[in-house]
Design a protein around this ligand. Structure first.
Ligand code: FE2
Length: 351
């Protein structure tokens, strides 16, 4: 019911009720993760969650800022407050915080009284790119944001997909995104082609990225012919995957017959160990398809994937390769699990 009187213990960075192991949390907190669409952070504070940490985002003249969503005064949720003249105002007692998280005004103080210096927010690194707000909970990020020039160079139709939340671990989602073996089985209402053997492929491995290429036979079903009895129309496509560790994927879909290039970017943001927000951008370099159609198609693909991934057991990705059985088509999954282990993940069981 009460915290101890002599509460001199240093507060751990990981919330005590987190479902991550402490060592996993310490690794994941050193990376950038998207936490909101830029369009979601406007003239009101926005509350989000990253790695079980409540985070408030607020837009100031210096850009979007991020802090722990807890007022230093009485533990109120700052995301219930407001923004006034570029300051974050707690909705409980009106404490005003500047863009560095320093309390600069307390309305209940007599005029001229100093603001206690201890009244500072726990702030986090925050930046905007690709239409997303990204946060790093550690003071020094371990890696840069992924480099995805096709989103920013203006060469194609860019569609930002509405964010969805999956009741899965981030890594299970990422593995599914990079898994070509499931396509004919799960994507029977969108692009999944005929049952076919997967040719052996190599995975290129660097310290920060994994990449591979595969030839895939797609069947494209548009909304107006998805249930038609007409003979299926197949097309051959080359998929080039690139995964920036730990959770940011992209796939370039190239049609050698038409030269059409379509790219999907997908980042899994770990809200908690079992809940993940999915941030996606689709770029149609040939500008053949309107943005709303790209978004609708991507959401239909997601709706096919999510029930499978959310039902996987265990929910967490096993990083000991002996825990699940692998086939040659799982080469990317195997290398992904190895790469996550090299980051230092999976070293400690969740208590
Ligand atoms: Fe899928």
């Amino acid at each position: 019911m009460f915290l101890p009187v002599n509460n001199t213990q240093a507060k751990p960075a990981m919330p005590p009720d987190s479902g991550f192991s402490e060592s996993d949390w310490n690794v994941l907190s050193t990376f950038w993760h998207p936490v909101a669409l830029s369009s979601e952070v406007t003239d009101k504070p926005a509350g989000v969650r990253l790695l079980d940490v409540p985070v408030v985002l607020y837009r100031t003249p210096e850009g979007v800022k991020a802090a722990r969503d807890v007022c230093s005064h009485r533990g109120a949720k700052l995301s219930l407050g407001s923004i006034k003249d570029g300051l974050l105002v707690c909705g409980f007692h009106g404490f005003h915080y500047d863009c560095a998280g320093v309390c600069v005004r307390i309305p209940a103080l007599p005029p001229g009284s100093p603001v206690p210096g201890k009244l500072r927010l726990q702030t986090y690194l925050c930046t905007e790119r690709y239409g997303f707000v990204w946060v790093c909970l550690a003071s020094t990020p371990r890696a840069d944001l992924p480099e995805w020039p096709a989103i920013e160079n203006g060469s194609g139709t860019v569609a930002v997909v509405p964010v969805s939340t999956w009741q899965s671990s981030a890594a299970r989602h990422v593995e599914n995104f990079n898994d070509i073996c499931h396509v004919p089985w799960v994507h029977t209402g969108t692009f999944g082609g005929p049952e076919e053997a997967i040719a052996p492929y190599d995975v290129s491995i660097s310290e920060t990225r994994l990449s591979f290429q595969a030839d895939v036979t797609e069947q494209v079903r548009y909304a107006d012919n998805a249930n038609s009895d007409a003979a299926p129309v197949y097309r051959h496509a080359v998929y080039s995957y690139e995964l920036t560790l730990p959770f940011a994927s992209s796939v370039k879909v190239f049609d050698p017959k038409t030269g059409h290039v379509y790219r999907i970017y997908d980042i899994a943001s770990p809200v908690s160990a079992r809940s993940t927000r999915i941030f996606q951008v689709v770029v149609d370099e040939s500008r053949l398809t309107p943005a709303e159609v790209l978004i609708d198609f991507t959401m239909r693909i997601n709706a096919e994937d999510a029930p499978q991934v959310e039902a996987q057991s265990p929910n967490q990705l096993p990083l000991d390769l002996r825990d699940e059985i692998h086939i040659p088509a799982d080469r990317m999954s195997i290398e992904y699990r190895r790469a996550l282990a090299r980051l230092g993940l999976g070293e400690q069981a969740v208590s």
